[in-house]
Design a protein around this ligand. Structure first.
Ligand code: MOS
Length: 740
């Protein structure tokens, strides 16, 4: 009975659709008070006075905190790491300084949420304001070299300058992307409860329960074993819930000070300044190719804004480190500009989704400069080895993505010249872009318990972001144990369970999934052991590899008396066991030290329809061809792809967070001002998976999928817009005024 590979529907679908899934803000704690945050209205300077007197006398108010009475918080650890994941290093309510608009400057706790929100409006603040430094082309000239936090900041292989000098066809352009905000359906929430023994239970909207526990242990000075972090369901994470943000610390500290549970739920507007966002980028690219279109050199540099106190790097140029080969060399670099804003963070395919806009737009420009079909140009520059490390790729089906995706799209019917395709009065354009996405290898642990009734329980500190973790992990256990999926219960999202990694970087299936598979296989082996050597062993004269599991029973694979079997329940009973427990410990090599380079790949084909009078761009259709290794569940995988492509459409055509140049505040802080795609913006999306089992990526054969699917949607659309109109838009999003 093979369950992996089946398009199983969400096991938690009914729970969610009927409102019975308990999200963080729903946590039933009757005696919890509610917190409300007061924000700075200026972007730079300091508070001269904060008067909480009126607020404290307002109905239901229990306490008001400012930097004067807020308990001290330990500094966040430096350097930042995936195990010490602070959202920003500057901690709330610790001094009178103001570094960004929307910075928390006071906290009011009251019996009800309305009382807290009302009282927060009664806090009177006097500021001493200074001019805010904002990100723009002028301040970008003050960019500095940041310290490394994820990958090396700069890279250089061979001699890129020489390759660019000696090329026959050259492109040198600047591409820019806008500030973008997360806007998950579920706003961030925290419920903090301390018990009399000083133990903290934190119900938290987090993609990393163990990281949150570790960080909170450090900054609040609480032993790690005294903290439990719980997250059973998330209404979207997308990187915005990967790290610990100030509202979480405020809530935990207030709950301790008041000796009462406290809850907070950020408003949609608060999600603009209380948690991270994606910073704008200014990227410069130089590409050169020989007469035939083979790349000789690539230079890619990206500059992005960060806060005055942190050095978040948007690693946009990493796209150019791994996608295409260039005979003479490739050089990349990143710089940051410290400005008055909150610290940016990972968001919906960070780094790659921005860098590919520049790289794959430039490749299209090169195709037109050289007169070569854009798909053919990419096939010409395919690489057997990772250009950065020189290691062979474990699997790399980008050629298949380009060829089979192109066939599905009907690329051969496309005419090369811009403005050469029409549908009535509309201009039709078709564009393509390739993509490479990082694969992460992280340790993970899981536990599988076989119960006396023949069912199984999986327990692991994994996360359900809305992606289908409960479902796919159930599948992996069912597959290894030969159980029907509904016989497997999954428990996740609790630090009391075996430790797993952050649900970021599209890494859950390959890594957490591997630990689940190992645990389930260990349980199966223990069952086989019992059947061979236990009490009244039914298969005493057989070898372990002669036994198979199917539908909750063990039987012989290739024997005449094949119909002889024993159920798991019987086997446990016969051995006087109420249950059988097995652990799975997945401990992969670090990605950089693996023998092979592991990446996911894609090719995206987009067709747009442009109204020549209005400059309005509509996506007509899109084919995404993906190589994320082996697919565990085609249904949830396709859903991930549809979601990812939709992000990409937002990035390409709609999403842009503008900052008021005078006040330094984000202008739009809700769905009416900050546009994201709706159903009417998204046509039929055609998704195909062309990858194969990748044993280097994971024992499950899977590589990263979710975020891959948002990458290169924007350049495919931008290239299609060029093909339709002859206009090259090098600034996202592609709005009407840039076409006219
Ligand atoms: Mo993703 S932006 O690594 O949650």
């Amino acid at each position: 009975m093979s369950t992996v590979g089946e398009p199983i529907s969400r096991v938690d679908g009914r729970l969610k659709a009927t409102g019975r899934a308990i999200y963080t803000a729903d946590t039933p704690l009757a005696d919890a008070a509610h917190a409300a945050i007061v924000h700075s209205t200026i972007a730079n300077g300091k508070t001269v006075s904060i008067d909480t007197g009126t607020a404290e006398k307002a109905p239901g108010v229990l306490a008001a905190f400012t930097h004067r009475n807020m308990p001290r918080i330990n500094p966040t650890p430096k350097p930042w790491s995936h195990l010490h994941p602070h959202g920003q290093g500057y901690l709330p309510l610790q001094d009178e300084q103001i570094h960004y608009a929307g910075q928390p400057i006071a906290l009011v706790v009251a019996k009800t949420r309305d009382q807290a929100l009302h009282a927060a409006t009664l806090v009177a603040v006097e500021y001493q304001a200074e001019r805010a430094v904002l990100f723009n082309r002028e301040t970008a000239r003050e960019a500095v070299d940041p310290p490394q936090f994820l990958w090396p900041v700069a890279s250089s292989v061979g001699d890129a300058e020489k390759g660019i000098r000696e090329g026959d066809h050259k492109i040198a352009q600047t591409y820019t992307t806008s500030d973008r905000h997360h806007n998950q359906m579920e706003p961030h929430a925290t419920v903090a409860a301390w018990d009399v023994g000083g133990r903290l239970t934190l119900y938290e909207t987090t993609q990393h329960i163990f990281g949150a526990r570790e960080l909170i242990s450090i900054v609040l000075g609480v032993p790690i074993e005294n903290i439990t972090v719980i997250s059973h369901f998330l209404g979207g994470g997308f990187g915005g819930k990967a790290y610990v943000w100030p509202h979480t610390l405020l809530t935990a500290v207030a709950a301790k000070a008041l000796n009462q549970p406290v809850r907070i739920q950020l408003t949609r507007a608060q999600m603009y300044s209380m948690v991270g966002h994606q910073p704008a980028t200014i990227q410069t690219i130089e590409l050169a190719a020989d007469r035939d279109g083979k790349l000789t050199g690539i230079r890619h540099e990206s500059t992005s804004p960060t806060s005055v106190f942190d050095s978040y790097i948007e690693y946009a140029a990493i796209a150019s480190r791994h996608l295409w080969r260039a005979s003479a060399g490739i050089a990349t670099n990143h710089k940051v500009v410290h400005v008055n804003r909150n610290t940016p963070t990972a968001m919906r395919s960070p780094h790659e989704a921005l860098g590919h806009f520049a790289l794959e737009s430039a490749m299209d420009e090169l195709a037109y400069a050289a007169g070569i079909d854009p798909v053919k140009l990419r096939l010409l520059n395919d690489s057997e080895t990772d250009p950065l490390s020189g290691r062979p790729f474990s699997t790399r089906a980008i050629r298949k993505c380009l060829v089979e995706g192109g066939a599905r799209f009907g690329w051969n019917k496309r005419t090369f010249a811009p403005r050469s395709m029409r549908d009535g009065r509309y201009l039709i354009g078709q564009g393509v872009a390739g993509a490479v996405y990082t694969h992460w290898r992280w340790p993970a642990h899981a536990r599988v318990t076989l119960k006396s009734d023949g069912s199984a329980l999986l327990e692991a500190g994994m996360h359900e972001l809305g992606t289908g973790t409960y479902t796919v992990m159930q599948q992996v256990v069912a597959d290894a144990l030969g159980l029907r999926p509904e016989k497997v219960t999954v428990r996740l999202g609790d630090t009391r369970l075996p430790a797993s990694h952050a649900a970021i970087g599209s890494a859950t299936m390959a890594n957490a999934g591997a630990s689940v598979m190992l645990a389930a296989k260990a349980a199966r082996n223990k069952m086989i052991e019992l059947a061979l050597t236990g009490r009244e062993a039914p298969f005493a004269d057989s070898a372990p590899d002669e036994l198979v599991v199917d539908d909750g029973a063990l039987s012989l694979a290739h024997r005449p008396h094949k119909n002889v079997n024993i159920t798991f329940a019987e086997l446990l009973a016969r051995n006087g066991m109420s249950e059988l427990v097995a652990n799975g410990n997945y401990d992969p090599v670090e990605e950089a030290s693996g023998p092979k380079a592991v990446f996911s790949f894609a090719a995206v084909f987009a067709e747009v329809r442009v109204d020549p009078d209005l400059g309005l761009v509509r996506l007509n259709r899109l084919v995404g061809a993906y190589d994320p290794g082996r697919i565990i569940n085609p249904k949830t995988a396709r859903s991930q792809a549809i979601g990812g492509i939709t992000w990409g459409v937002g990035q390409a055509l709609l999403e842009q967070s503008e900052t008021d140049p005078t006040t330094g505040r984000y202008l739009s802080r809700n769905y009416s001002g900050y546009l994201v795609p709706t159903n009417a913006d998204i046509p039929n999306l055609d998704v195909m998976f062309v990858g194969e089992f990748d044993e280097e990526a994971s024992p499950l054969g899977a590589k990263g999928l979710g975020e891959l699917t948002a990458v290169s949607v924007a350049p495919a659309i931008a290239n299609a817009v060029y093909h339709a109109t002859g206009k090259r838009v090098r600034d996202l999003p592609i709005t009407i005024e840039k076409i006219l």
